[in-house]
Design a protein around this ligand. Structure first.
Ligand code: HDE
Length: 714
């Protein structure tokens, strides 16, 4: 076996000292990989197994024998395969990669991994939904976790963020209440992974500080097209501290190089049934095919002395700092280039913690963050079964490592020597502290004074201005989606008083929003009651372009998936030409047909089929190409599956291209050939057809086709 059975008490991989950190981490994980190829099947004690088919029994038809230690070992291990899932963020997918800073950040931080543009720091990033169980669907409406572990030479640094820059609550003491409210209801454990139920809306309607984040979750941010196409945010305010001890407050951002894109709600729900692993599969396949997801790391920096210059409190996690006030500086890039070898060992056992910091990164007094700093180690004790979870390969630091902690469940390290205390003289005082000037961690010495009280600062009191800012910043289609989401969720709420109370909160965000939602609920539009002054006078009266998903996206179809619908009799030449043009732009084109194998095309040309139409529905593609050929079109026009495929693509605003002789099929599917985003071959030269199709896909959605459904206001 490849495994080293004797854990090394010295720093791991010292012999790799000249290699990059990235290689070190890969090597460190490789030490723990057990490759079963060419190996005998053995028990956990190393005994070679002679028969893995039959248990030990008294005669071939007799009872089993207690003596069968091989059966007992196997079944016992199986019985204990499950560990508690994460209380929140149970459903996730992850990838390895690296981070590289663009230029030295010494002016702001002494963190080593933010200094050398030539160095690559290994990372492990996990993306998750929040409310659902481990086996829930990927495309539910929810915030997404965006957690990154940096294996730096000064120890592990975790940036444990979300895809939404603010949080529901201001104080950690409300977190269990919030989570209990959003989780399935306790009496019947329904609904799974959904906020559209009474307890969630009961809580948020009673706690107005949730309004801003609720706006984000009801927006298209709640249903990302791909984790590769969503932003990430550190949410809480942290500190960067330089070698001279000068501190800046910092908000962290991740910006995806593929732009920010979302699903539409009907599509998200259908994917939930057709491919519950949609986001997980998308991440895996992209990395597998070499289309490595990339995210730039951004920082918003606020000098220590400017802490109070905003009309909100930067310690309040329900607020963001508008990019117009403090621009985001892009300081480096993360590339995810390797899928995990084993889901459980890596993705499930990875343990993030916002308190895993390195010198040069520190905390603010944000009361949500302060509570988080307790929670994450505590939760691992239950989830990973004891205090030694840092020894699990995926959690191990790559730097030299020694301290006086000892024993506990599942201890792997074998510490030689007699001392595990400090001070000691028997081991010459080792392991010893490091002076901060030499890299030892020292907390930022923020001056403190004040009474010991349970009070929230008055500066946390405005709950609506930024919710209004968010609403104002959305494009028309995005506003329509927010309205539809509230209409959907609140119509699922069974208790009328909760709907009414929630409308009261929405009225403080914007009259149009409250009026439109009230219409669908059959309720009168509520009057604006509270905080109106704030909502108009402060940031709420303005807009911030960066808050719209549709702003500043790159024009690209890279990694987009295009379905090519075809049947026997297909015009193979046009399919191949269009496929080539799409691939040249980095998109992926797949042939979908009524049967697998090969299609017999016109002039007896063969076209290999990738998938049957029923197994790969429209909702898992970004665009559709309807191949030509008289017989092919006639077959598809008579196929309910092909018609539904096109109907969905049309309804979901996706680009549709069709060969010149495909009118019959479009008509059967109710596709208007002159609608935006529908491109018909033959009208223009072939090159223009390809170009028009590519540019229609690059627009992601053709919103006017979606906006008609449902009506936003009476
Ligand atoms: Fe978490 N959160 N959280 N959270 N959180 C956990 O830690 C908690 C919050 C976030 O992929 C838990 O290991 C408290 C904000 C992510 O493994 C737990 C509070 C943000 C992940 C926990 C918050 C997050 C977690 C559950 C309020 C965005 C998944 C399992 C004070 C910045 C990490 C675990 C992964 C996971 C506690 C609020 C992000 C219970 C008490 C705000 C991405 O410790």
């Amino acid at each position: 076996m490849a495994r080293k059975n004797q854990p090394n008490p010295k720093p791991r991989n010292v012999k790799l000292a000249n290699s990059t950190n990235e290689t070190k981490k890969i090597a460190s994980l490789a030490d723990d990989r057990v490759d079963a190829a060419n190996q005998s099947l053995r028990t956990n004690q190393g005994l070679r197994v002679g028969d893995d088919q039959n248990s030990l029994r008294a005669g071939s038809r007799g009872p089993g024998l207690l003596e069968d230690f091989i059966l007992r070992e196997k079944i016992t291990h199986f019985d204990h395969e499950r560990i508690p899932e994460r209380v929140v963020h149970a459903r996730g997918a992850a990838a390895h990669g690296y981070f590289q800073v663009y230029k030295p950040m010494a002016k702001y931080t002494k963190a080593h991994f933010l200094q050398n543009p030539a160095a690559r720091t290994p990372v492990f990033a996990r993306f998750s939904t929040v409310a659902g169980s481990r086996g829930s669907a990927d495309t539910v409406r929810d915030a997404r976790g965006f957690a990154v572990k940096f294996f730096t030479e000064e120890g592990n640094y975790d940036l444990v963020g979300n895809n939404i820059p603010v949080f529901f609550i201001q104080d950690a003491i409300k977190f269990p209440d919030f989570v209990h409210a959003v989780k399935p209801e306790p009496h019947n454990e329904m609904p799974q992974a959904a906020s559209a139920h009474d307890t969630f809306w009961d809580f948020v309607s009673l706690v107005p500080e949730t309004t801003h984040m609720v706006m984000w979750v009801m927006s298209d941010r709640g249903i990302p097209r791909s984790v590769r196409m969503m932003e990430g945010f550190g949410v809480n305010t942290f500190r960067l501290v330089n070698a001279k001890g000068v501190s800046h407050f910092v908000k962290f951002h991740w910006k995806p190089l593929l732009g920010k894109h979302s699903l539409v709600w009907d599509e998200a729900q259908k994917i939930g049934g057709k491919d519950p692993d949609f986001n997980r599969r998308d991440l895996w396949e992209a990395i597998d095919s070499g289309a490595y997801p990339e995210f730039e790391l951004g920082v918003q920096l606020v000098a220590e002395g400017d802490e109070r210059k905003f009309d909100f409190d930067i310690l309040d996690a329900t607020k963001l700092i508008p990019e117009e006030l403090v621009p985001v500086q892009l300081i480096g890039k993360m590339v995810l280039n390797r899928n995990p070898d084993n889901f459980f060992a890596e993705t499930e056992q990875v343990a993030f913690h916002p308190g895993h910091v390195v010198p040069g990164i520190d905390f603010s007094n944000d009361p949500l963050l302060q509570g988080r700093l307790f929670s994450y180690t505590d939760t691992q004790l239950t989830r990973l079964g004891g205090p030694n979870f840092h020894e699990i390969p995926i959690n191990r630091a790559i730097c030299p490592f020694a301290n006086n902690q000892r024993d506990g469940m599942h201890r792997h390290i074998i510490n030689p020597g007699r001392t595990s205390y400090e001070p000691n003289s028997l081991e010459a005082g080792w392991p010893k502290e490091t002076h901060p000037e030499d890299g030892g961690f020292a907390s930022y010495p923020e001056p403190m004074s004040g009474q010991k009280i349970r009070t929230r600062s008055e500066t946390f009191g405005d709950h609506f201005s930024q919710a209004t800012l968010f609403w104002n910043s959305q494009s028309q289609p995005e506003k329509e989606h927010i309205v539809s989401a509230f209409q959907f969720e609140l119509a699922k709420v069974e208790t009328p008083a909760i709907r009414v109370r929630m409308l009261g909160n929405l009225a403080n965000v914007h009259r149009d929003l409250a009026t439109a939602v009230a219409f669908a609920l059959g309720l009168p539009a509520p009057a604006t009651t509270e905080n109106k002054k704030n909502a108009t006078a402060k940031a709420g009266g303005k807009a911030s372009a960066a808050l719209s998903l549709l702003s500043s996206n790159p024009v690209t179809i890279a990694t987009r998936k295009v379905a090519m619908l075809a049947a026997d009799g297909v015009d193979v030449a046009l399919v191949q030409k269009t496929k080539k043009a799409l691939q040249a732009e980095g998109a992926e084109a797949k042939i979908l047909a009524p049967h697998l194998g090969s299609l017999t095309g016109e002039a007896n040309k063969a076209l290999p089929v990738d998938f049957t139409i029923v197994t790969m529905p429209s909702v898992v593609f970004d665009a559709v190409f309807v191949a030509g050929g008289r017989r092919s079109i006639a077959t598809l026009a008579a196929s309910g599956d092909a018609i539904e495929f096109l109907r969905d693509a049309y309804k979901h605003g996706k680009a549709i291209a069709c060969a010149a002789d495909g009118a019959e099929l479009l008509k059967a599917a109710g596709v208007d050939p002159s609608a935006p985003g529908v491109v018909i071959a033959g009208k223009t030269p072939a090159t223009a057809f390809e170009r028009d199709f590519i540019s229609a896909i690059a627009q992601h959605r053709h919103w006017t086709r979606i906006a008609k459904n449902p009506p936003m206001v009476p």
